[in-house]
Design a protein around this ligand. Structure first.
Ligand code: ACO
Length: 329
């Protein structure tokens, strides 16, 4: 049976930094509240006029470079995003154009913060089944565009960024993307959603006036569900692959809130020294969180050849997901 490895990763974070101090001048909040309740110190904001495909293409170029391939060597582009350039065409198509690829299959996946892991799973099976040999998975978000900067309970959480990975089919057994777990519960859709702009509530003066084109969430409910969901994904993946938490070299959780991350580590029984955290610098970048964290973990040497890595995420849908990787030597 052919396997699937991650040949190279890349990420791109816009230069502009929005600090807690900046936010405290926009809404009634403080650096102290944000740091203690979320662990976030700053986040990046994409420049006006730019969009998810600009960030995604920059991350994709770095992933191709790390993989030692040219964009023209790719067979398929899959992009995870909830803040794409426009409702259609897909951000994956825009990324293909920005990479200078005139003809390639390309499509988006929408699973909110779980999007990168959903995209990994879909790409893994397309690679295994053929005819694709090399797939570019991108997760790119301009969450600042969906953020209500008058709502202190959500605006402190979100930021912009992109990550990417080049996946390849391999004949070597036991390494690469070993297994993924995907789950969703649509009954919980209203806990975290963007009320207007789709076919249920078209854009109108009223939707703009009522600020319905910005994200809404029930923070407390999400907090609890996030811990349960990511723990479930991790436990199921370890169990069905005959592994235990002691086999793990690193856990990369979705970076939504530092208190959620520590609670997930505790429920999985994994010490914090084995948990990758970059939430302080970037906040929650939805699908891009997992992709950026994976790239930073690889580049910083936090992941070495032979390591078993568990990634877990949750997001709007509700969706949740996990992925077990054995990093290739
Ligand atoms: N600054 C100061 N005070 C604040 C702020 C703020 N930025 N935000 C909320 N508060 C206040 C509240 O108004 C409340 O005041 P009250 O007691 O007078 O009513 C108090 O702080 C406590 O509010 P809680 O909601 O209980 O605070 P909590 O500790 O739960 O933290 C938070 C809120 C950070 C939102 C947390 O619940 C959380 O992280 N939830 C998960 C959020 C999440 O992951 N969302 C997904 C993100 S987006 C996406 O996926 C696309």
């Amino acid at each position: 049976m052919p396997g699937v490895i991650i040949r190279g990763t890349g990420s791109y974070l816009p230069e502009a930094v929005l600090t807690n101090r900046d936010l405290s001048m926009m809404v009634d909040t403080s650096d102290e509240w944000i740091v203690t309740r979320t662990g976030i110190k700053e986040r990046r904001i994409a420049p006006a006029g730019s969009a998810a495909s600009d960030l995604g293409a920059a991350a994709a170029r770095r992933a191709c470079e790390a993989a030692g391939v040219e964009p023209g060597d790719l067979d398929l582009i899959v992009c995870a995003t909830i803040s794409g350039d426009q409702p259609y065409p897909s951000t994956a198509c825009h990324i293909a154009a920005r990479l200078g690829i005139p003809a390639i299959p390309a499509f988006d996946i929408q699973a909110a913060c779980s999007g990168f892991l959903y995209a990994l799973e879909v790409s893994r099976h397309l690679l295994k089944a053929g005819p694709y040999r090399r797939v570019l998975v991108v997760a790119s978000e301009c969450m600042s565009r969906l953020t209500d900067y008058t709502d202190r309970s959500s605006c402190v959480l979100l930021g912009d960024g992109a990550g990417a990975a080049v996946l390849e089919r391999t004949e070597t057994d036991g390494c690469g993307v070993l297994d993924c777990y995907l789950m969703a519960d649509g009954r919980q859709a209203e806990i975290l959603h963007l009320p207007a702009g789709g076919s249920r509530a078209q854009p109108s003066f009223e939707t703009v006036e009522r600020r319905l084109h910005f994200m809404r969430m029930e923070g407390g409910t999400l907090f609890r569900l996030a811990i349960e969901a990511m723990t479930e994904a991790g436990r199921i993946l370890l169990e069905r692959n005959g592994m235990t938490r002691d086999d793990l070299a690193l856990v990369i959780p979705h970076q939504a809130n530092m208190r959620i991350i520590t609670a997930v580590a505790r429920s999985l029984g994994v010490p914090m020294r084995k948990v990758f955290v970059n939430i302080a610098q970037y906040g929650n970048m939805s699908a891009a969180c997992s992709a950026v964290a994976l790239d930073e973990a690889v580049r910083s040497g936090a992941i070495a050849g032979g390591d078993l890595v568990l990634m877990v995420a949750f997001g709007a849908g509700l969706t949740w997901a996990g992925c077990l990787l054995r990093w290739q030597t």
